[in-house]
Design a protein around this ligand. Structure first.
Ligand code: NAP
Length: 302
């Protein structure tokens, strides 16, 4: 049984594909009110290639008694630790928790909240967004890397992902992947917010992008992730070109008045630099500017 916490974009993308493959799935929703709305909606709807399909997946709230052996944590990074703490009494000994959160920092918070569970980190390039409550559009095919820095043995349930058609790979180096993704995100997303532009708009700010990429390389190397630092600037430029027409996830969050995951992206990078006694003036200035920008819009600065 897969318990899936969070019926948002990624939670729906995973729950519906697993359920469609005949894998038992149980959703965990925030509270009775959300459960009621879900029941009114009649299930989760996935819109794929313009076709909508509804799946009446079983759901309950965190205070249900059913033990949890495998938990897919599909909430935002800032909600992850509290969500797991709430479920801790239900986790079986040696339960697996799959963490879909972007950035870094929430993985350690979750591991502290559930010290007896095995935490499996994921990094995904799949794209989805909520069109309405419990209705999600599968916007971009991609790939998900999963790994556990403490135990390199792949779990047997990867077979469920194969059955569900979830493109994935077991990674022996998941931390490098998460750091690389964090660095790409730090070099692109905050600037798109501050310049209020699509990713492609950063082609007009090559010096700023190059300075940030240079500092991120220093940070990755100092933190022991040299492999994640290789050719970073080239890849940043490639991503800017390849996704020129897209608004970054952080830009979308800010323009829609939603809380960002800044604390687990740029904030994490700044803290890591400080712990290493590394001076990164461009990254720190960017963080300050982004926080001021969020303050001015009444959005949380963490
Ligand atoms: P999302 O659409 O906002 O969904 C998050 C869901 O978590 C919401 O449905 C929310 O419930 C639920 N939630 C939060 N706390 C909860 C709790 N205590 N109990 C039950 N449910 C709870 O977020 P998302 O886009 O799927 O993103 C999830 C993570 O994946 C993020 O870290 C994101 O950066 C990462 N990611 C997303 C994508 C993407 O394309 N969307 C791609 C790659 C990575 P409510 O509905 O009640 O608020």
């Amino acid at each position: 049984m897969w318990h899936i916490l969070g019926a948002g974009s990624l939670g729906t993308l995973w729950a519906t594909r697993l359920a469609r493959a005949g894998v038992p799935v149980q959703l965990i929703l925030r509270d009775q009110q959300r459960l009621f709305s879900y029941q009114q909606a009649g299930g989760l709807t996935l819109i794929e290639n313009g076709q909508a399909q509804r799946y009446a997946i079983a759901a309950h709230t965190a205070d249900h008694a059913q033990p949890i052996q495998r938990l897919l944590l599909a909430c935002k990074a800032y909600d992850a630790a509290a969500a797991v703490a709430q479920l801790a009494p239900r986790l079986t000994r040696g339960a697996d928790i799959v963490l879909l959160q972007n950035g870094l920092g929430s993985q350690d918070e979750v591991a502290r909240a559930a010290p007896l569970a095995r935490c499996i980190f994921a990094s995904s390039t799949e794209g989805a967004f909520r069109q309405a409550d419990f209705e999600v559009v599968f916007a971009g095919r991609g790939h998900t890397w999963l790994g556990d820095p403490l135990d390199l043995q792949p779990p047997a349930w990867l077979a469920d992902l194969r059955a569900a058609g979830i493109a994935h790979e077991w990674s022996l180096d998941i931390l490098n992947r998460l750091w690389r993704k964090l660095a790409l995100n730090c070099a692109i997303n905050p600037l798109t917010v501050l310049h209020d532009c699509r990713n492609g708009g950063l082609s007009e700010h090559p010096v700023q992008v190059a300075s940030l990429s240079g500092e991120l390389v220093e940070l990755l190397q100092r933190c022991g992730h040299s492999a994640a630092a290789a050719n970073l600037h080239d890849e940043v430029m490639r991503v800017i070109l390849a996704t020129a027409a897209n608004y970054s996830s952080m830009h979308q969050d800010v323009s829609q008045g939603r809380r960002t995951e800044i604390a687990y992206l740029l904030g994490y990078a700044c803290n890591a630099a400080q712990r290493q006694h590394l001076q990164l003036p461009h990254i720190n200035a960017l963080h300050d500017q982004l926080q001021a920008h969020l303050d001015a819009r009444g959005l949380p600065r963490h």
